[in-house]
Write a protein that binds this ligand. Structure first.
Ligand code: SF4
Length: 291
């Protein structure tokens, strides 16, 4: 028997961006993104076979090209540079990321010192900080320890990367409240990541599973987090990136009658379906009742 996690696969923002790339590729033979549009090699290969080109930075994109800004967003100056070169830009920044960018921009204009909670090297954080006009009046912190080092400012705004945990945002707000006369806290956390994590936990707790197949790119941080959660629930996890890896692990399925499936926010539905069918076929061979 196969049991799916209640929330698995593409989140709203990634689906929206990938659908826009697919649509755009129908009309334009070549479409560019800056950086990978999604942390899933199979989906990137599919899009590349249709004409997607991935640039490392905006200077690689030729004049007259079409660019889609991915769900993580880009700093304002990147979009402006592209437009000034006559490049056709379609902005597919996820609306939740857009909200964080707008908060950072407007609160900075209002004179707030902007503290951004997140990973400094993540493109989403680079994009958000890239919307603050006075960069000397902003900083990125990763955790509570770094929050302790934030200096006193009359007015401080705390904004979060969309994938942070609410508990951490609360703890950091608690630290910053003593470092400012006025603290504004913007909860810009998106529920999609937390939903997938909760669904993975529930999948294990509500079902007597023999194991969980986790589907997602090995470089996908959100899929890695799902693996940690599943393992902390004490279930046997098989993390696969594609169909061939599922086939190669035939031994893992032996004597596993109840198998759960979980997938990261960057895993496309077509890949989940393919792997689900492979698992169903394996179970049928073993005489397991498949649902
Ligand atoms: S995880 Fe949330 S913020 Fe990020 S792209 Fe998906 S829906 Fe948007």
């Amino acid at each position: 028997m196969i049991i799916m996690a209640e929330h698995a696969g593409f989140c709203f923002g990634v689906k929206r961006a990938v659908d826009a790339i697919s649509e755009s590729l129908k009309a334009n033979h070549e479409v560019w993104t800056i950086g990978l549009p999604i942390h899933n090699p199979q989906e990137v290969s599919r899009l590349e076979s249709l004409g997607l080109r991935v640039a490392e930075n905006d200077s690689e994109i030729p004049a007259g090209a079409k660019v889609l800004i991915r769900a993580h967003g880009e700093p304002l100056e990147v979009t402006e540079r592209l437009k000034s070169r006559g490049i056709d830009v379609e902005d597919m920044t996820c609306p939740f990321v857009r909200k964080a960018q707008e908060k950072a921009a407007s609160l900075s204009r209002e004179g707030y010192y902007v503290v951004l909670l997140g990973d400094k090297n993540h493109p989403e954080i680079k994009g958000i900080i890239g919307h603050v006009s006075d960069k000397s009046n902003a900083e990125v912190i990763a955790d509570e320890e770094e929050a302790q080092n934030v200096r006193f400012h009359e007015k401080t705004a705390l904004i979060s990367q969309t994938t942070q945990r609410e508990e951490r945002l609360e703890r950091i707000a608690g630290i910053l409240v003593g470092k400012s006369s006025e603290l504004r806290v913007c909860n810009t956390i998106c529920k999609a990541t937390a939903q997938r994590q909760e669904a993975a936990r529930e999948l294990v707790r509500k079902n007597n599973l023999d194991g969980v197949v986790l589907i997602g790119g090995k470089s996908s941080a959100n899929t890695g987090k799902l693996r940690d959660i599943l393992e902390s629930e004490g279930v046997n996890v098989l993390w696969v990136e594609d169909e061939s890896e599922t086939e190669r692990n035939s031994d893992w399925f032996r004597d596993k009658n109840m198998v759960g499936i979980a997938a990261g926010a960057s895993t496309p539905e077509w890949l989940i379906d393919k792997i689900k069918n492979i698992i169903a076929a394996k179970q049928e061979v073993q005489g397991v009742l498949v649902h």
